[in-house]
Design a binder for this molecule. Structure first.
Ligand SMILES: C[S@@+](CC[C@H](N)C(=O)[O-])C[C@H]1O[C@@H](n2cnc3c(N)ncnc32)[C@H](O)[C@@H]1O
Length: 308
């Protein structure tokens, strides 16, 4: 499947545009029906993604592209969401064509830069882009949307459409909340929430994929593969000023992500009632404000180059 909103048939466009309301949030009907992705697509989510993008800029010292990419002509952003990263990149490289692909068109910016082209497509389907087409590919926070078993071929697709010498950059959060001082127990709501989220997604998604990005890239024949994990504090517990600021800002963003992205898996797959889900979220949210718990999640970053 490959669909450009501007040019494809009306029926295809309409099926991607339909939304469904669940507990006051707006979701894309197609993604929910096909089990593609379970994140909301409303203004609140757009705002959350924009905030998270600003946090990532703080984490990465404002760098959008990590490997040495000079004068790129064509860049692909997989799962662009609110297009915050794609917009920043398009504005930083005005002579470069930036193509964004997402299953939902709902969070497209109203006035994107002219060199940013946003398309609707499913990353779980084989890529329809030409071989050797892109200088750089970015894939960030799509772990809840890539189907289980698709990861190796997803990374191979990225490698195929990169030009020889082109770079792939992947950034993913492992959604398993940890405590930096080991004080989290099985009695904590954050532990229960993480365990339930991993369990709920187990048959359809691989939420542990962030830990395997390096092996996916090597399996796709990429070279100069380098990965690292950065602990992202979930509140202001760190004594390091930069980490404290990241934690304080990420606290809001992660709370919004929990309630928006975990509702469908936990209620539909694990059959929690709305009251049970809301109660778990409330307890988990209170724990996220507990400085003494030193909560964090791992942010996994990996880059790799297509061999020349
Ligand atoms: C959490 S958002 C991240 C957005 C952006 N990459 C960022 O980091 O700011 C994940 C995005 O990936 C999209 N997505 C998830 N699974 C997808 C799939 N199979 N095909 C296309 N887009 C997908 C979602 O619709 C959503 O917009």
């Amino acid at each position: 499947m490959s669909s450009n909103l501007e040019s494809d048939t009306i029926s295809l466009d309409t099926s991607f545009e339909a939304t469904i309301q669940i507990q006051g949030r707006t979701y894309q009907q197609w993604a929910v029906d096909h089990g593609t992705s379970f994140g909301p697509v409303d203004e609140y989510e757009r705002d959350r993604q924009e905030t998270q993008h600003q946090i990532f800029k703080l984490v990465f010292d404002r760098r959008l592209i990590f490997p040495p990419v000079n004068n790129p002509r064509k860049i692909l952003d997989c799962g662009y969401g609110s297009a915050s990263w794609a917009t920043d990149v398009a504005m930083s490289y005005p002579r470069c064509e930036v193509i964004g692909v997402d299953i939902t068109p709902h969070m497209m910016p109203d006035d994107p830069p002219q060199n940013l082209i946003l398309q609707v497509d499913d990353l779980n389907e084989p890529f329809t882009f030409r071989t050797n087409e892109f200088d750089f590919i970015h894939s960030r926070n799509v772990v809840t949307g890539i189907n289980k078993g698709r990861w190796p071929s997803y990374v191979k697709d990225c490698a195929r459409v990169l030009r020889p010498g082109g770079w792939l950059q992947m950034v993913e959060i492992y959604h398993n909340v940890q405590s930096d001082n080991g004080t989290m127990t099985d009695g904590h709501a954050l532990r229960e929430m993480s365990t339930k989220f991993l369990l709920a997604a187990e048959n359809s998604k691989d939420l542990r994929a962030p830990l395997a990005l390096e092996s996916f890239m090597r399996g796709a024949g990429m070279v100069d593969v380098a990965g690292r994990m950065i602990p992202l504090p979930l509140n202001g517990w760190s004594i390091n000023p930069k980490e404290r600021e990241i934690g304080e800002r990420f606290n809001y963003s992660y709370k919004a992500a929990m309630s928006g992205h975990m509702r469908i898996p936990l209620t539909e797959r694990l059959h929690m009632t709305d009251d049970q889900f809301n109660d778990l979220m409330q307890r988990a949210t209170e724990e996220l404000d507990n400085i003494g718990l030193k909560p964090y999640v791992g942010l996994y970053i990996c880059i790799g180059r297509k061999a020349i």
